[in-house]
Design a protein around this ligand. Sequence first.
Ligand code: UDP
Ligand code: MG
Length: 323
Amino acid sequence: MTARPMYSIVAPVYNEEGNVPRLVSEVARVMESTNEPWELILVNDGSRDKSLDEMRAEAARNPRIKIVNFARNFGHQVAVTAGIDFATGRAVVLIDADLQDPPEVILEMIERWKAGYEVVYAVRSERKGESWFKRATAKLFYRVIYRITDVHIPLDTGDFRLMDERVAHVLRTMREHNRFIRGMTSWVGFRQTGVQYVREARTIGETKYPLRKMMRFAWDAVTGFSFFPLQVMIYVSLALGLLAVLAIPIIALLRISLGPDFFGGQATTIVVLLLIGSFQLFFLFVLGQYVARIYDETRGRPLYVVASTENVEPDKDSGRDQP
Ligand code: UDP
Ligand code: MG
């Protein structure tokens, strides 16, 4: 068809009937204003309503609209992944299909990208129309994640972001099954920056993230980017051990002053239980560290990502990934 697109806009769609035509016309309006070629990749994540029909109608009218149709619902993060896989642009933008992420912000992202940033994420300065509970849990979630993960995932950002094709290229090599895209883009590195925006309320349809899915999502983020839950064991083990050690002189003193029968003669049993608990947790912790390493290896992430080299000849025979 036409020249290779400059921008690939990726939108995951799950039961977004009514939102699809609005999304397409909004994105088209904003992207046409750039005067550069673009494409919109709609990933249908097993919708059960008329979303796919709406998508097909749009694609028939405009060759810039492309459809990747899943055989069933694979989940939001996987749908976004497929969109990145199919994207051909020099920059890839991830956006929700429900217009909670205003497409105008893409223009600001493009500006930053042209200024040399490889990742431009959108920071929600305000969230409209979401329940007090969702806002509070989201706020807590981002702060906990920030503290316990090894890569610093910016606070209050969703998947709404622009990434350079080089970042998209690295993401395509990361095939882990439990995916947390915003963490993965942070992990890749390069120059990253944020733009502020007001997150709109959803006008049509309802959230596809009930509490159960949100908890699953949070757990994917924690387990995908930190071994914190495994490390907690060593602290509990030490605490139990300390308790046992402190209990011994106290029991001895009580025995001397009150005679051997105080506490129904159970005191020694309690100390032994504390000690066994402490030992078991300690070795579970050790076991956990091995499991963590197996997990790290099986995930098969690239060892490193090269941004650039100086005075280095490209060498086809080495295993190096060419920057
Ligand atoms: N989505 C998806 N598959 C799913 C759930 C959601 O593709 O299993 C899409 C959905 O159509 C929307 C985006 O992911 O474009 C974000 O979902 P939603 O708006 O429900 O999440 P929220 O904004 O409430 O966090
Ligand atoms: Mg939404």
